[in-house]
Design a protein around this ligand. Structure first.
Ligand code: LR7
Ligand code: MN
Length: 457
């Protein structure tokens, strides 16, 4: 089992012991089970890209799509092989899928191209009115498709994601994902799940079966009207291998007049892995940074500085030519990133308004506040100022938080310590006042007995 785990970074042995058409629990909210949908929903092609995927997970994905989609709504499945190096994914795959009851096509990338360009190829060869993308290790549950297509029928500019349930990489147990989280991102431009805020619960009048408007999508599982996908510029074909395209398409959808939703009545499982099984030709960091730079440069306006200042190294990465993407933004007359922060993602980790972004330095001792690469629930540290951003970047926001990425300085006892906790936007222990007139500086008492002066705010 341990040996086989390394091949795909999941328990391949367990996967191979599980039927392609295994029964899955119905994890939907009760209120979802008897919803009715129009008869004339648009038909979808399902596009699945893969590189060196396991036979069992790939075919379980295909099987679950066919078995749990009404035949009338499923145009075809398009499998795009991103230059895999496995013999069983060549002719044996083609022969196997030929027997299936709906058309399953296998198309090949001539060379390793990455998931973005592989999806573009799959999309261009597919014919359904809607395109549904899935990762190659998913399982669709009962009723997954109708609520997605119903949203697109209602408004073709709505792009929809299912709730992504968790298939354990260890046991392949199927576990329901939450309808109380939605997609965001942090200063490093990593996609993250965050709690659905109260304003979004209120907008839906507390009805959790209604779709959640989400600032970003995870990337792998979504449905989009084919023409609308074209209209808003598909994907950025200048992005390589993996990463960044999910935030790019999310920003683009919102800023250019579309809507991005998580349809809580639709559940699809995905095998979440802790490591990547495949190589990134050119280097993992290089590629992800390049993709992220492309998205920051085209879509984030001055707010790209949050990304650059926390990861100063990335500014050295070449991001190629973005003129066609910038002119796309022009042509579509997309709104600025500040609009997105204000209207779509006010609870963002990137503050819409802020007083400062940079280090917090004690000019006497030349020591800086430093998150010491610690995580949530730990004390903030002090370290020699290094001027390299990273762990020493903080922002004093218009809400009077002092935050570093998604963590806020928080004091719950008079004598400290100053902790780093998830920002709660509720002021209280996370409210920091700076009064340059009266105090010249504000001193915070640390538990070490040291006074730290916030001078440069
Ligand atoms: O070079 C490659 N060529 C490929 O065809 C690299 C990958 N791929 C395929 C791969 O076989 C898989 O089917 O692309 C798909 C995604 O790659 P994964 O499954 O190795 O990565 P992931 O699940 O971590 O990917 C998430 O983030 C990616 C960022 O580029 C994509 O948006 C993925 O689609 C996305 N997956 C999900 O959203 C599922 C939920 C994960 C979360 C959160
Ligand atoms: Mn995946």
């Amino acid at each position: 089992m341990k040996e086989m785990f390394k091949i795909n970074q999941f328990n391949l042995m367990a996967s191979e012991m599980i039927a392609f058409n295994r029964t899955l629990p119905d994890v939907r909210l009760e209120g979802c089970k008897n919803k009715l949908y129009p008869d004339d929903l648009p038909r979808t092609s399902v596009v699945i890209v893969f590189h060196n995927e396991a036979w069992s997970t790939l075919l379980r994905t295909v099987r679950s799509v066919i078995d749990r989609s009404p035949k009338s709504l499923l145009e075809e499945v398009v499998l795009v092989d991103d230059a895999s190096e496995r013999d069983f994914l060549k002719r044996p795959l083609e022969q196997y899928v030929r027997r299936m009851e709906i058309p399953v096509r296998v198309v090949r990338m001539e060379q390793r191209s990455g998931l973005i360009r592989a999806r573009l190829k799959g999309a261009s060869l597919s014919t359904g009115q809607v395109i549904t993308f899935l990762d190659a290790h998913c399982e669709c549950t009962i009723g997954w498709l109708e609520p997605l297509l119903a949203r697109i029928k209602l408004d073709r500019k709505t792009v929809v994601c299912p709730i992504i349930d968790v298939i354990s990489d260890d046991t392949f147990e199927y576990m329901a994902g939450s309808d109380m989280t939605y997609g965001g991102f942090n200063w490093k431009l990593n996609f993250r799940w965050y709690p659905v805020p109260q304003r979004e619960m209120d907008r839906r009048k507390g009805d959790r079966t209604l779709p959640v408007r989400t600032p970003t999508m995870a990337g792998g599982l979504f449905s989009i009207d084919r023409d609308y996908f074209q209209e808003i510029g598909t994907y950025d074909a200048g992005m390589d291998i993996w990463g960044g395209e999910n935030l790019e398409i999310s920003f683009r959808i919102w800023q250019c007049g579309g809507t991005l939703e998580i349809v809580t009545c639709s559940h699809v499982g995905h095998v979440f892995r802790k490591a990547t099984p495949y190589t990134f030709p050119g280097g993992t960091g290089q590629i992800i940074n390049k993709n992220n730079r492309r998205l920051a440069e085209v879509w984030m306006d001055q707010f790209k500085n949050f990304f650059y200042i926390i990861s100063p190294g990335v500014t050295k990465v070449d991001y190629g030519d973005i003129t066609s993407r910038s002119s796309l933004r022009q042509k579509l007359q997309c709104k600025p990133f500040s609009w997105y922060l204000e209207n779509v993602y006010p609870d963002s980790q990137i503050p819409r308004h802020y007083y400062s972004l940079g280090e917090i330095r004690n000019v006497e001792t030349n020591q800086c506040l430093d998150n010491m690469a610690r995580k949530e629930n730990e004390k903030v540290g002090i370290f020699n100022c290094h001027g390299m951003g990273g762990n020493q970047v903080f922002s004093y926001t218009a809400n009077k938080e002092i935050r570093t990425d998604d963590l806020c300085l928080d004091v719950s006892k008079l004598n400290g310590p100053v902790m780093m906790l998830k920002c709660h936007h509720l002021k209280g222990n996370q409210l920091w006042d700076y009064d340059p007139m009266v105090c010249l500086f504000l001193c915070l008492l640390f538990d070490s007995g040291l006074f730290l002066c916030l001078l440069s705010l």
